[in-house]
Design a protein around this ligand. Structure first.
Ligand code: GLU
Length: 304
């Protein structure tokens, strides 16, 4: 299929679409991005690539990195990981403290902030040099050794990161954080600060569209079984407390970030990224969701 033509047609059909969303402002540096940026990129598992708009411009991937840190931690810890973090949708905002108190410090899933902080704690415990080892893993997945953290964004988030620090402290009080909380939270902010383009991100996620194996170089990143499980968690928990709506309208496993990116995978077919920084009230890219809904309808490629 000529996906470039599809992108063009969908974009044309959305010319009169008015996006009332707003760029994330609780991380001061994110506010500086031009709100009307728009990029799309799709990589097929058989090696074809299609881009549209600002698909080669770097943006802050934020929570999308939670899938990559989960991949690494799952490979290290195997199923014992699930003693410390669940796989259920939260139905609460991604940075909520409320549920964590009820659940005795065990986050509902690895994609809400609390869950990703536990994953960061696992990596701090198990990696020799967490910061370096993790970015090396992302570079390997992306095939690009220039991918990096953005210290400016990490520092900006840290300056306003009281809520994440509260989550970390609460979990520490329940015994679900092993390391020094400052070390864990700093690493968490680093993970969120990675910058990538739509094309780099789509390339990075290809292994999840191909049952754990990178189709470009043949590396088995994780087992097929783990890949299916990570996709299952994305399907149920990847779009904050809008995962049901996303499944209903788009029908693919996906993960969003407050930088305005959304990555989706269609197992056996493709990985795809849309980026549009205006967010809805749940923290998901407004136009990104709309575009993906049109895309899977047009191409009849919802997994359902
Ligand atoms: N760094 C952001 C935070 O912790 C990530 C949120 C997101 O993209 O969902 O609030």
């Amino acid at each position: 299929m000529d996906y470039s033509k599809v992108f063009y047609e969908i974009n044309k059909s959305l010319v009169s679409y008015v996006d009332h969303g707003a760029v994330a402002s609780y991380i001061p540096e994110l506010q500086k991005i031009s709100p009307d940026k728009f990029g799309v990129y799709l990589c097929t598992v058989d090696g074809k690539n299609f881009g549209f708009g600002d698909s080669n411009e770097k943006f802050s991937i934020q929570s999308i990195s939670k899938v990559l840190s989960l991949t690494m931690a799952f490979e290290i810890e195997q199923d014992t990981l699930w003693k410390r973090v669940g796989v259920e949708p939260s139905g609460n905002p991604f940075n909520s403290l409320v549920q964590l108190e009820y659940d005795a410090g065990i986050p509902r899933n690895p994609f809400i902030n609390a869950g990703a902080i536990v994953i960061a704690d696992v990596l701090v415990s198990k990696l020799e040099n967490p910061r370096e080892d993790f970015i090396e893993f992302v570079r390997q997945l992306s095939g690009n050794n220039q991918i990096d953290y953005c210290d400016r964004i990490a520092q900006s988030e840290k300056s306003k990161g009281h809520r994440n620090a509260a989550l970390c402290n609460l979990m520490k009080s329940f015994g679900n954080i092993d390391n020094n909380i400052h070390e864990v939270i700093d690493f968490y902010f680093d993970l969120c600060s990675i910058e990538m383009t739509c094309s780099e991100l789509a390339r990075t996620f290809l292994f999840l569209a191909n049952y754990g194996k990178d189709p470009i170089n043949g590396n088995q990143i994780i087992s097929s079984s783990k890949s299916k499980r990570i996709n299952a968690v994305m399907q149920l928990c990847g779009l904050y407390d809008e995962a049901g709506e996303f499944s209903f309208k788009v029908g693919l496993p996906g993960k969003s970030g407050v930088g305005g990116g959304i990555v989706v995978v269609h197992p056996g077919k493709y990985s795809m990224v849309v980026w549009s920084p205006r967010l809805n009230k749940k923290g998901n890219s407004n136009k990104g969701m709309r575009f993906l809904e049109e895309f899977t309808s047009y191409t009849e490629s919802s997994i359902f």
